[in-house]
Design a protein. Structure first.
Length: 460
């Protein structure tokens, strides 16, 4: 952040110098302005927004942390707040309202004019996390019997409030969507040509009740700037634009990464979340994982006699369980990402299982071989440690145990996300720590079971 710009903008806010602020903003990029706003105190933020022009104010409110937005809208002049809310795009305003308590939303709704209030209430009436909450009703729609000349006249008079002019939507007299046409298609045809002659009848639309997360996949696969949103009768209600989908995708990825790290999604920036909430988000999963790891001690108690009779087995416990946990975490992360990209679904479980069985087997053989060679070198070549006269049995136990544990870890890590998805849970909940804990317990059972079979009659 440019400290000079920060200092100048802070002075403008304190002195309420609107003209100087307008001049200063010519030399400040928008991203830098957002960083500057975040660096100001609460009082300075409020003072800045009192003189910040509507364009910059609305753009900033779209990306600022929710606590900052709430504080600004609560304390700036009511008339100014009303003007910003009325000028804010419907989808951004809906997102803002969704983050606020109901009583605060009711107060802010009073600041909207009748039309904007009706639009806001309509959008807020759709199911949470549905496309209806994401769409904006500002778009350009034309009729198929219009000429291209009439289309351009319509755009000239009604297009200034549209979220995008890249795509023009064609509707019938009942508002039913019948086509979408990119603006460039109108630029290179005769002005007297009818819209129906430009149409191809091929279009893609979203249902207002579709899930937001499904929208990300549709945009990704179809390379669109915007997509129309219709009701069950195909009546055009609004559009969803790429900027909102990118923001949604970023939020989804952030939540998934936090869950994969073994915690609940924070739902707000790390720098903004309170210490108490941060502990709450992390403590639950840690306690669950702790109880899971306690089963490791139970498993070791079950094999206490074998460990006492041949202590050298205990030396390789960290090696065995960490290898299984690492292979499981790898597989889990790969499958979760493949599911997020739409590459893998539950119906692909047999394909995934076959692939991961072979992968786990080969990876297990590789690690098992390394483990066997390590024991051989330490015992017979370098003489750094004496594993006893039956060291070959120890090395064989480690070899086969690594194959079994890595194979099981890979299989568990790949299948668990698919099972959770089938059950309606979030696959990201099968995080690396969760898979590692599961494989730790079962890995010990596999290790000592193989040791019992290999060493029976010799050492145990």
């Amino acid at each position: 952040m440019n400290k000079k710009h920060l200092s100048v903008i802070r002075e403008c806010a304190i002195q309420q110098d609107e003209k100087r602020l307008r001049r200063s903003l010519k030399y400040v990029r928008f991203t830098e302005l957002v960083n500057i706003v975040n660096a100001l105190s609460e009082e300075e933020q409020i003072a800045l927004f009192e003189i910040l022009n509507d364009y910059y104010a609305i753009k900033c409110l779209k990306v600022l942390p929710i606590k900052v937005k709430r504080n600004i809208m609560k304390h700036i002049n009511h008339q100014h707040a009303a003007r910003l809310l009325n000028a804010m795009p419907d989808d951004d305003r809906t997102t803002f309202f969704e983050e606020l308590p109901g009583r605060v939303v009711n107060e802010l709704l009073k600041l909207l004019n009748e039309k904007e209030r009706n639009d806001a209430l309509t959008l807020l009436g759709y199911p949470e996390k549905s496309v209806g909450r994401l769409m904006t009703p500002h778009y350009v729609a034309v009729k198929k019997e219009w000429t291209v000349h009439e289309v351009f006249n319509h755009i000239k008079h009604h297009g200034q409030n549209s979220e995008t002019l890249n795509v023009i939507y064609v509707i019938d007299d009942n508002g039913v969507l019948i086509d979408d046409i990119r603006i460039r298609e109108f630029l290179f045809v005769d002005q007297e040509k009818l819209v129906s002659e430009v149409m191809d009848g091929k279009f893609l639309s979203l249902l207002v009740t579709d899930k937001e997360e499904d929208t990300i996949d549709i945009f990704r696969k179809n390379n669109r700037f915007a997509l129309p949103v219709t009701d069950k009768n195909s009546v055009l209600l609004g559009i969803v634009t790429i900027d909102d989908v990118l923001r949604l995708a970023e939020d989804e990825n952030t939540r998934d990464m936090q869950k994969m790290g073994g915690s609940e999604a924070l739902d707000e920036p790390y720098t903004q979340i309170s210490f108490i909430n941060l502990i709450k988000k992390r403590a639950g999963w840690l306690v669950i994982l702790f109880f899971g790891e306690m089963l490791t001690a139970t498993a070791m108690q079950h094999f206490d006699g074998e460990i006492q009779r041949y202590v050298v087995l205990a030396l390789f416990i960290p090696l065995i369980i960490s290898s299984g946990g690492n292979s499981g975490s790898q597989a889990s992360s790969i499958i979760i990402r493949a599911m997020a990209l739409g590459e893998v679904k539950f119906s692909s479980w047999w394909y995934v299982m076959r692939k991961e069985i072979m992968s786990g087997l080969i990876l297990g053989i590789i690690l098992g071989t390394v483990g066997f060679i390590r024991i051989f070198l330490w015992q017979d070549v370098l003489h750094w440690y004496n594993y006893g006269e039956h060291w070959i049995l120890v090395a064989s136990t480690v070899f086969f145990a690594l194959i079994g544990v890595v194979l099981w870890g890979t299989l568990a890590g790949s299948m668990l996300p698919l099972v959770l998805k089938k059950l309606g849970a979030d696959p990201a909940a099968s995080s690396a720590p969760f898979v590692a804990t599961l494989v730790d317990v079962t890995g010990l059972i596999i290790y000592f079971s193989i040791a019992y079979i290999v060493m029976q009659g010799k050492m145990i």
